[in-house]
Design a protein around this ligand. Structure first.
Ligand SMILES: NC(=O)c1ccc[n+]([C@@H]2O[C@H](COP(=O)([O-])OP(=O)(O)OC[C@H]3O[C@@H](n4cnc5c(N)ncnc54)[C@H](OP(=O)(O)O)[C@@H]3O)[C@@H](O)[C@H]2O)c1
Length: 335
């Protein structure tokens, strides 16, 4: 039998500012033969995520940087094509973490079976996967929105933000999104029932736009982006506000530290809570999160949206598109 080849995208050099295609290298390597307890999988959907930008730098973070000349690790939904594990059959759909590769030989302990009857398999990388869980725990555990409160979410039309807004609606909050195009504004208001959405790219005065969209102030600010968008929202906190810090994508490509308004006075005056979190902090409760998210999806209370780029060769471009807002909902690559 001819040796099966695997295509990989490796980090060739560490980006300065916004990454470019030159920072990556496509290579083809033979796959090793299967050993006991291993399966050979073929990638169906590959995830591209903003956090990957952080791992491309050498800066110390909550996960180690990617090594140079190694494939970019990340979430993948794959199909088992050959097996030496009694627990996995050919045709099983599994969630893996080997990242930007067309195939992989993985040990059975490193993968989890996905139930294709629950929802489309791609959702294991979106609403029923890491982004959905991020929204669920960050909003409910830290944001704790109450009926009638105002919840503001930045990055509102992305994988996490769109789920945050909908869960906040389920909890009876008034939801204000911030997103980067009129098409996104229309989708969030018309399809998902957000109460107001600000297009931060066309609003001449973000501070005034937030004041207008939040006449009763801000009780919860779910921060996906940081930077000047967050400065504008934090100027409108109510007493007892909660601010889950989920992401700071507006800063990921900066080479110099960003200096904004110092927020401590606002937090003090309003007895507000600002707390950073990483979804993995909640791993012991992932089962609870996935079953609640799946129930909402099945009930029709939680809609999901995916932007799918076709072809493994387009993976890097799909990733780069996250920084210019090409995606509506979860950005995926169909291999
Ligand atoms: N804490 C955790 O465990 C955790 C887990 C998952 C994700 N995150 C973070 O959560 C955030 C959202 O992640 P996601 O996977 O849902 O990505 P996403 O929102 O689906 O995609 C990124 C979006 O960010 C917006 N964006 C890009 N550059 C921006 C800028 N300079 N200023 C404002 N908005 C910008 C773009 O939308 P626009 O068109 O609106 O600009 C883009 O569509 C990221 O910061 C990510 O790092 C954290």
């Amino acid at each position: 039998m001819p040796t099966l080849m695997n295509r990989q995208i490796r980090l060739k050099s560490r980006p300065t500012g916004l990454p470019t295609l030159d920072n990556f290298q496509f290579v083809e390597v033979p796959l090793p033969p299967l050993e006991a307890g291993q399966v050979l999988v073929s990638s169906r959907f590959i995830s591209v995520d903003p956090y990957m930008r952080g791992r491309m730098s050498e800066r110390k973070s909550y996960v180690p940087p990617y090594a140079l000349n190694e494939p970019i690790a990340g979430g993948v939904v794959a199909e088992v094509v050959e097996t030496k594990s009694p627990n996995f059959a050919v045709g099983d759909i599994v969630l893996c973490g080997y990242g930007w590769q067309t195939h992989a030989v993985v040990h059975e302990d490193q993968i989890r079976k996905i139930n294709p009857s629950l929802a489309p398999i791609s959702t294991a990388l979106g609403v029923l996967g890491m982004p959905g869980l991020t929204a669920y725990f960050g909003l409910l555990d830290i944001g704790r929105p109450a009926q009638g409160e105002t919840v503001v979410v930045s990055g509102a039309a992305g994988a996490v933000g769109m789920i945050v807004g909908q869960i906040a609606k389920i909890k009876g909050a008034r939801v204000v999104g911030i997103a980067g195009s009129d098409a996104k504004v229309n989708y969030l208001t018309q399809e998902l029932g957000f109460d107001a959405v600000i297009n931060y790219k066309t609003s001449p005065d973000l501070n005034r736009a937030v004041a207008k969209a939040c006449p009763a102030g801000v009780d919860v600010y779910f921060d996906n982006v940081g930077g000047s968008i967050s400065d504008a929202v934090l100027a409108h906190l109510n007493d007892g506000a909660r601010i889950p810090i989920c992401g700071q994508i507006a800063l990921y490509n900066l080479e110099q530290a960003d200096v904004g308004p110092r927020v401590q006075s606002q937090l003090l005056i309003h007895r507000a809570l600002m707390k950073g979190f990483i979804v993995g902090d909640y791993s012991a409760r992932f089962g609870e999160g996935i079953s609640q998210l799946a129930k909402w999806v099945q009930d029709g209370q939680l809609k999901f949206k995916e932007t799918i780029v076709h072809g493994f060769d387009n993976t890097v471009n799909a990733f780069l598109g996250l920084f210019s807002g090409e995606n509506l909902g979860k950005q995926l690559v169909q291999v």
